[in-house]
Design a protein around this ligand. Structure first.
Ligand code: GTQ
Ligand code: FE2
Length: 347
């Protein structure tokens, strides 16, 4: 929206004196720059998996993973069409790998997460170690780690990619290189990282080289088990149901410094009270069905659907049956910068 000028009479001064000198009057834009509350162009939106699966599979017929390098359909926020992002700071896409295909090894400064949506048995290799992917698994590809993906199963494999691409773009810090071989050499057996770092233990002299977690696959079986175990204690939070955050076991922080990830359980019939926070959030439905009121819009969701809650937009969720929601956002960045806020209403 273009606001009416504060001083339309000054247009000649703006255009003739200021513009040629790369100057602009702050008083015309101050209140668009410094707003009393977040005013985002990011919109609430939903992608129903049953509506997009067919066109995603079509991409598997019209381009190979090798040609594409990564065969991904970008989930573009309708408020930011053409800007290749799902929220202001994050990119999301659905990646498809057909049986027998390999997405070749590369690395970049952008960090990525994979959240497995459909299929079983394909692998991703990260920095010399392969992991087999199953539905609901959450896998990280931290900044500047080599990664390639392959599907040795007999079914298509689909996952959600979440990357900090817009953040890195803002900071002009993009670097990328290709390995030049399809698959990277493997230096550790499959499952090594999880065994070493994923059981509440760390090698005695462990010193993380980066901010990223040494665990790179957080399997759904374990996450689900944690939620199921905790529900027995009946600790429902009025805003979140039962919500866990994924952590780097070395420091208790997010698995990667730029993206926070969460998994929550809403039992059948549960209605959350109104909540909002400054981190625009991408939700992926893992199990169940429900309804969300996001701002003044209502969204019905089911398994494998993706929906968006913009920054500072009130959200309420209702589960029609036991529901499990994975979500991610830029929360760790906002927290590091002392920007993050939440509003639990009166709850
Ligand atoms: O799988 O390596 O969706 O590099 C975007 C950029 C996926 C990947 C994306 C990537 C990848
Ligand atoms: Fe990549």
């Amino acid at each position: 929206m273009v606001e009416a000028a504060v001083r339309p009479d000054l247009t000649p001064y703006y255009e003739e004196d200021l513009a040629p000198r790369n100057l602009a009057p702050l008083w015309e834009v101050l209140h668009q720059m410094v707003t009393p509350e977040p005013e985002s162009v990011c919109e609430s939106a939903i992608w129903h998996y049953e509506d997009i699966r067919e066109v995603l599979m079509k991409s598997g017929e019209i381009i190979t993973a090798e040609q594409a390098e990564r065969r991904v359909l970008i989930l573009e926020n309708p408020g930011m069409t053409g800007r290749r992002r799902i929220t202001t700071s994050l990119f999301a896409g659905l990646q498809l790998i057909m049986p027998g295909e390999i997405a070749p090894a590369h690395r970049h400064t952008q960090a990525a997460l994979r959240f497995i949506v459909e299929g079983s048995g394909a692998y991703t290799a990260v920095e010399g170690e392969k992991t087999i992917m199953e539905e609901g698994d959450f896998i990280i590809t931290p900044s500047w780690t080599w990664h390639d993906h392959g599907n040795e199963s007999d079914q298509p494999m689909v996952w959600m990619d979440g990357l900090d691409v817009p953040l890195v773009e803002l900071l002009d810090a993009s670097f990328m290189e290709r390995l030049g071989e399809k698959s990277q050499p493997l230096g550790r057996p499959t499952g090594d990282s999880l065994a070493r770092y994923g059981s509440g233990l760390l090698p005695v002299d462990y010193k993380g080289q980066t901010a990223a977690s040494p665990v790179f696959n957080y399997p759904y079986v374990r996450t689900r088990e944690a939620l199921e175990q905790m529900r027995k204690a009946d600790e429902w939070d009025s805003c979140h149901g039962l919500k866990l955050r994924y952590v780097n076991p070395d420091n208790g922080e997010a698995p990667m410094p730029t993206i926070g990830t969460f998994m929550q359980l809403l039992p059948k019939g549960f209605e959350t009270s109104s909540y909002r926070s400054t981190d625009a959030t991408v939700y992926c439905v893992v199990e169940g069905t429900g309804t969300s009121l996001i701002g003044d819009k209502t969204f019905e969701w089911g398994k494998r659907d993706t929906f968006i809650v913009p920054s500072w937009c009130p959200q309420r969720h209702t589960a029609n049956e036991d529901a499990v929601l994975f979500s991610f956002s830029d929360r760790p960045v906002q927290q590091k910068l002392d920007l993050w806020r939440e509003d639990r209403g009166n709850a």
